[in-house]
Design a protein around this ligand. Structure first.
Ligand code: ADP
Length: 390
């Protein structure tokens, strides 16, 4: 069986094609970036034939990109039929806490949830809708990014504003769930005891970045909250903000809600502080000669360190720390700066192992195992599809 996975961001669409049902195997994968801009880029990797492709596409929205992709897969690989399509869906409210087959009722519920995730849900819904129109019998499975945090205790969910807002769904949900689920499965595969019983912090540090505190396999807290803009600063997102900044900007700067949304989602974080780039590689390359780039990197590492400290307190100690995401997987310098001075918590990196991006980077004598695991949200979607179909 062929499974297509779709992972839609506000201006990107990642996809992968898998075959097999019980243990899906990836055939190829790719990304469409800069959707909505004048020249979106289509990148495709086929590890088997070593065929890589990078083409500039015409200006298209998400639906247009899906059409482009289906045509490309049909023409290049002769794939015209899919056993199932799996979607990453950013928000499932309290209602959807497991991957599920998409129904008309679910689509209606997702449409109603759109104000909660205006950056992501519209594109995800449009892709599901479009596929339903084109292939009415196609099985589509929604995999929710909030689901991993379904067991978060009430104390970690509450936002300390008047109770009446809780009834409107204003509470902390947490995101990056597909990545976290994959990392926990990998931890189990590696034989790390803490995957089943123990205290784990998962640090997914990519363009979007968050951390999760996991006890005995279940999420007990996470840095993102009501929206994926919360928590740690990110490439272009602010992370947590003093509420006074918001009222000041709205009152004294006459900033509107859409302007504010744009600022905290697209102009803040690394790009906001550095005033030059949202890309960690660029900033590291420039930090010795550019004070703002250096400050952006410093702030990111400092905040990540604080989240690790606070989650270690919430967990009552720590057994395993996992770094993941583009920054967490590839940047020894950032990992080193985040962990620097945390030996009092039992976190001590082995310099050589860390520099080599090895899978286990803590010294043998440390009480906390520090690991680097390459996350794979697409694989998690494909596995979820296959489990739902079983
Ligand atoms: P997304 O959240 O969009 O999937 P990624 O997980 O691919 O993003 O992470 C992208 C980030 O990872 C960028 O900031 C990029 O600079 C950073 N990154 C990738 N490779 C390295 C590296 N070798 N050193 C430092 N940062 C890196």
């Amino acid at each position: 069986m062929t499974i297509l996975t779709l992972n839609a961001g506000s201006s990107s669409l990642k996809f992968a094609v898998f075959s097999g049902t019980e243990r899906p195997v990836r055939n190829f994968s790719g990304t469409m970036d800069r959707i909505g801009s004048s020249a979106p880029i289509f990148t495709m990797r086929d590890p088997e034939s070593d065929h890589n492709e990078k083409v500039e596409m015409p200006k298209l929205d998400h639906e247009g990109c899906l059409g482009f992709l289906l045509e490309y897969l049909s023409e290049t690989y002769g794939i015209d039929r899919y056993g199932a399509v799996g979607h990453r869906v950013v928000h499932g409210l309290d209602r959807y806490s497991q991957p599920q087959i998409v129904t008309e009722e679910m689509l209606e519920a997702l449409r109603l949830m759109t104000p909660l995730a205006p950056e992501h849900l519209p594109a995800e819904i449009s892709l599901i809708d479009d596929l339903r129109k084109q292939f009415p019998d196609l099985v589509q499975v929604a995999c929710f990014d909030t689901a991993f945090h379904r067991d978060m205790p009430q104390t970690a969910r509450l936002i300390p504003i008047p109770r009446r807002y809780e009834a409107e769904g204003i509470r902390r949900y947490g995101f990056h769930g597909l990545s976290y689920e994959y990392l926990m499965e990998e931890l189990g595969r590696l034989g790390d005891r803490a995957a089943i019983q123990g205290r784990v912090i998962l640090a997914h540090l990519g363009n979007g970045a968050s951390l999760a505190a996991v006890r005995d396999g279940k999420s007990v807290d996470t840095s993102m909250g009501f929206t994926p803009t919360a928590g740690l600063m990110m490439s272009t997102r602010s992370g947590d903000l003093d509420p006074g900044v918001i009222s000041f900007l709205m009152r004294d700067d006459q900033m509107t809600a859409p302007q504010f949304d744009h600022m905290v989602n697209h102009e803040s974080g690394l790009v906001g502080v550095s005033e030059s780039s949202s890309d960690m590689r660029d900033l590291l390359a420039r930090e010795s000669s550019d004070i703002k780039a250096a400050e952006a990197v410093s702030l990111f590492c400092y905040q990540a360190k604080k989240w690790i400290g606070s989650f270690t307190a919430a967990l009552g100690g720590l057994d395993t720390l996992v770094f993941s995401g583009g920054i967490g997987e590839n940047s020894p310098v950032v990992r080193e700066r985040i962990c620097d001075g945390l030996d009092f918590l039992g976190i001590e990196l082995d310099e050589e192992q860390n520099m080599a991006n090895r899978a286990l980077i803590s010294v043998r004598s440390a009480s906390v195992r520090v690991r680097v695991i390459n996350t794979d949200e697409e694989m998690m979607i494909a596995r979820s599809v296959s489990r739902v179909l079983e």
